[in-house]
Design a protein around this ligand. Structure first.
Ligand code: HEC
Ligand code: HEC
Ligand code: HEC
Length: 180
C-alpha cells in the first residue's frame, strides 16, 4: 500500500527536465510582460505629453500657437493645463479608449487627408464632443467660487441640475482662439 502510494506520487511529479522547461516558460513570460508593460507605459506617457501633441504633426501647429497665448498656458498664477488634461477623459479605461480612437483618427487624417487645409472651425465643433466635464473638474473643483458673477452662478446651477451637459457647450473658444 505504502509503495503503491509512493509510486503514484513520484509518477505524478514532472521529471527534472520538464520542471526546468516549466520554470523557463514562466520566466520568459514574466520577461515578455515586463518588456511589453514598459514599452506601452513609456509610449503611452510620451504620446500624452505637450511636446508630442504639438510637435509631431504639422496640423497641430495652429492649435499649439493658440494654446501658448491662452489663459490655460499663459496663466496669471503659472498653473498650466496640458493638452491631455483637457483632451483626454479621466479614468484609465476611458482614457485608453479615447486616446486610441483619436490617435487612429489623427493618424488617418495625417496620412490620407490634407493636413495643410484643415477646416479648424469644423474640427473645433467635433473636438468639443470629446471633451469630458470631468477633465475640467480635475482642476475646477469648486464651480461656485465667491467671485463668480451672477450669470455664472445660474449657469453652473443649471449644469449641476443636468440642464446643461458639458462645460464647453458654454465655454466655447476656451483655448484655441486664432490670434489673427
Ligand atoms: C490643469 C488644470 C486645469 C484644467 C484641466 C482646466 N483648467 Fe480652466 N483654468 C485653470 C486655471 C489655473 C485658470 C486660471 C488662469 C488664469 O487666469 O490665471 C483657468 C481658467 C479658466 C477659465 C476662465 C478664464 C478664461 O480663459 O476664460 C474658464 C472659463 C475655464 N478655466 C474653464 C475650463 C474648462 C471648461 C476646462 C475643461 C475643458 C478647463 N478649464 C480645464 C486650470 C485648469
Ligand atoms: C450653461 C452654461 C455653462 C456651463 C455648462 C458651464 N459654465 Fe462656467 N460659466 C458660465 C458663465 C455664464 C460664467 C460667468 C462668467 C463668464 O461669463 O464667463 C461662467 C464662469 C466660469 C468660470 C470663471 C470664469 C472667470 O472668468 O473667472 C470658470 C472657471 C468656469 N465657468 C468653469 C466651468 C466648468 C469647469 C464647467 C463644467 C464643469 C462649466 N464652467 C460649465 C457658463 C457655464
Ligand atoms: C483647457 C483645455 C484645453 C487645453 C489645455 C488644450 N485644448 Fe485643444 N481644445 C479645447 C477645446 C474646448 C476645444 C474645442 C474648441 C473650442 O471650443 O475651443 C479644443 C480643440 C482642439 C482642436 C480642434 C480644433 C482645431 O483647431 O483643429 C485641436 C487640434 C486641439 N484642441 C489641440 C490641442 C493641443 C495640441 C493642445 C496642447 C498644445 C491643446 N489642444 C490644449 C480645450 C483644450
Amino acid at each position: 500500500m505504502k509503495n503503491l502510494l509512493k509510486e503514484t506520487i513520484t509518477r505524478k511529479l514532472p521529471t527534472p527536465a520538464i520542471r526546468k522547461q516549466i520554470v523557463l516558460t514562466i520566466l520568459a513570460t514574466v520577461f515578455v510582460l515586463i518588456v511589453f508593460y514598459s514599452f506601452t507605459s513609456v509610449s503611452y506617457y510620451y504620446s500624452s505629453t505637450n511636446h508630442f501633441c504639438s510637435t509631431k504633426c504639422h496640423e497641430m501647429v495652429q492649435p499649439y500657437q493658440e494654446y501658448l497665448l491662452s489663459s490655460h498656458y499663459d496663466s496669471r498664477k503659472g498653473v498650466v493645463a496640458d493638452c491631455a488634461d483637457c483632451h483626454l477623459p479621466p479614468g484609465l479605461i476611458e482614457k485608453w479608449y479615447v486616446k486610441t480612437k483619436q490617435g487612429v483618427n489623427d493618424s488617418l487624417v495625417h496620412i490620407f487627408g490634407d493636413p495643410e487645409n484643415l477646416d479648424h472651425v469644423a474640427l473645433k465643433i467635433s473636438a468639443r464632443k470629446n471633451i469630458h466635464p470631468g477633465s475640467c473638474m480635475k482642476c475646477h473643483k469648486n464651480l461656485f467660487p465667491s467671485d463668480l458673477p451672477r450669470g455664472g452662478f445660474k449657469a453652473h446651477k443649471a449644469f449641476k441640475n443636468q440642464e446643461a451637459s458639458n462645460c464647453v457647450d458654454c465655454h466655447v473658444n476656451l483655448v484655441h482662439v486664432s490670434p489673427s
